[in-house]
Design a protein around this ligand. Sequence first.
Ligand SMILES: *Cc1c(COP(=O)(O)O)cnc(C)c1O
Length: 401
Amino acid sequence: MSTSCEKNHRNDLALFGGSPLFERPRSTSSLAAPDFECFLTYSRVFYEARQFSNNGPLVRQLEQRLAQFHGTTHCVTFCSGFWALVLVIKCLALPGRREVLMPSLTYRRMGDVVSWAGLVPRFCEVDLRTLAVSAETARPLVNEDTALLLGVHPIINCCDVAGLERLSEETGVPLFIDAVESVYETFQGRKVGSFGRAECFSLHASKLLNGFEGGYVTTNDACLAGRLVRMRGFGFYTPDIVQEFGMNAKLNEVHAAMALAGLDSLEVQVARNRGRYQAYRQVLAGLQGMRLVPFDESEQSGYKSILVELRGDWPLTRERTLDLLNAENVLARAYYAPPLHLRPTDYPTLSGPLPLTERLAERFMLLPCGHFVDENDIRRIGALLRFIHAHASVLQGEVFV
Ligand SMILES: *Cc1c(COP(=O)(O)O)cnc(C)c1O
């Protein structure tokens, strides 16, 4: 396969009527597929035990292994990361207070999560270096109505959880961390999972650890873990005593089988992701105006996502760049845009102007990664980006096809 660009003229670009660079889309989802036999071997366990859900043998095994992996005493699994977040927020929020302090430049459903928990999101700025909430960006907004600090790890590297833990101690407001993007990461050499009062992860197919769907919470707080177990499966564990506000948010056995198979092959997956990251580093080196956001090599990383910044000297807008790439079936995506405080919602939110967040929300994009993207694909994507850069002057403006 040629490593030079397959496009020679503007009209070779799919947005101008040419055929797309890839027949099958290359996306930003991980879609890690562990060995099928391994998945079947695990699945046989629950199938033969005739226990398909309700805290079955594989869910118990998965929880035990994940607690060990993250270095915590407890792990509680859920049907999704989303409902895990909602339930932990309900449990940890200080009673009588209603605000959850959180970044605006983050996962698009994070405000909804807080609203489902019956609380109100208050959005704060992010740190320019980490693209994440920090003690400095959160501190000015802590007030007597702050029920919870919601730290969220950014897609590349970690937020300063040590700083957030100090802020939590100073203010007495509990800290909960969405660590969905940091399954494999360490912070100051310690595995993510045991910071704050609890941390939350997802097992969705697009994430590093694929359980089709699912989520889990790690914590060293036995009381919180017990409460979460009762809430996620109310009506099953405490059939007669109505003592907990509950729902059905359990993980089932077949999802646990997939996640266990994924856990067995996690190291292989991460090594492949690292190879993809190195390939992007090569093909993007020297491409003016585009900066690959580097992984912190002094920490452990899962290398799942590829994030680039379009600097001031990139010749096209981010939206135009995305349109050109998406037409080629290069499904690059804007990084957390628009930020949450600019999205219309049908529930109340609290926010002042967040100028840094608004600026950052226009500058970053995620490039294809994961199981279905190989190093040859990355070379072709690199060549396409160079072609776009070189011909930018004829690529702006209206398109008539
Ligand atoms: C995907 C994601 C979630 C939600 O996880 P689901 O399992 O899909 O519900 C939460 N937070 C972040 C940062 C995410 O990327």
